[in-house]
Design a protein around this ligand. Structure first.
Ligand code: NAI
Length: 255
């Protein structure tokens, strides 16, 4: 049986993945702001360090998989915290745990978003994240729209993954990303209530050409469980859009 660490395991997609992996008999360590084995604030470098240390203690022989699922939504403010959690909280944790995961020839599964395709790689928000100068990127986040901060942090995450896939693979770690569309979780329930953006979220949820509805956390965790399993061994550096065909509908010319 495998050992997995999940950030954001207290709610939504992370909680559902935790339940599914536990049902399969795996051991799981959760990291979150509340209701977790390790309480840590991943918006801050010291919170990330605390979490990395705790995972290292728990899995001293190596980690089979790491799933940095914790994230903040479009309607969260301040946007600097959103970018700190969605990009830097993920990158710092993956880098900190890289050796531990490679020891088991393990897997990292990032949680991006189909919104990552709704912003250009040239956008300053994306590029500033990729410089990995956190202070500069968080300062920049306060000057951009919520869409640029959210989609930009998720696009930067995917680009960072693609740039590092080969180097990670050489050390014995395979990395992939899932890019969900609108998924019915506490995050989305909150978003639906948002005065400014609630209506847009709702209308976006129904444009999937296949399901015509939001995903459930179970829909997404089912795919993640496969991406973590040995059956997906040949998947490496891939972004899986799990959005009922929405990305294909909106971007038919992109592959
Ligand atoms: P959720 O809000 O249900 O769960 C997110 C978890 O992250 C919560 O338990 C929260 O406490 C934790 N978290 C937030 N800030 C943190 C911090 N500073 N330190 C530690 N933990 C923190 O959200 P959901 O929907 O399950 O989202 C999970 C991931 O999926 C996120 O990365 C999100 O961006 C992504 N995603 C979600 C979509 C959706 O429609 N729900 C669509 C596309 C991507």
């Amino acid at each position: 049986m495998a050992k997995y660490a999940i950030t954001g395991g207290a709610s939504g997609i992370g909680a559902e993945l935790h339940a599914q992996l536990a049902r399969d008999g795996h051991e799981i360590l959760t990291i979150d702001l509340h209701r977790a084995n390790i309480i840590a604030d991943l918006s801050k470098p010291d919170g990330r360090m605390k979490a990395v240390r705790a995972v290292m203690e728990w899995a001293c022989d190596g980690l089979d998989g790491f799933i940095p699922c914790a994230g903040l939504p479009l309607h969260f403010r301040p946007l600097s915290t959103l970018v700190a959690v969605n990009f830097f909280g993920v990158v710092d944790m993956v880098v900190g745990l890289q050796g531990l995961i490679a020891r088991k020839r393990g897997t990292v599964l990032l949680v991006a978003s189909n919104s990552a395709r709704m912003i250009s790689s040239d956008e300053p928000m994306v590029q500033t994240c990729l410089t990995q100068n956190e202070a500069r990127a968080l300062g920049h986040a306060e000057t951009v729209t919520a869409h640029a901060a959210y989609a930009g942090s998720k696009r930067a995450l995917i680009l960072w993954m693609r740039k590092n896939t080969e180097a990670f693979a050489r050390t014995g770690l395979r990395i992939n990303a899932i890019a969900p569309g609108v998924t019915l979780t506490p995050m989305t329930e909150d978003a639906y209530k948002d005065e400014d953006m609630g209506e847009t979220y709702r209308s976006f949820a129904s444009i999937s050409p296949w399901t015509g509805r939001e995903a459930t956390a179970k829909d997404i965790a089912n795919i993640m469980r496969f991406m973590l399993s040995e059956a997906s061994e040949h998947l490496c550096g891939s972004v899986v859009f799990a959005d009922g065909g929405t990305d294909a509908k909106l971007h038919p010319d992109l592959v």
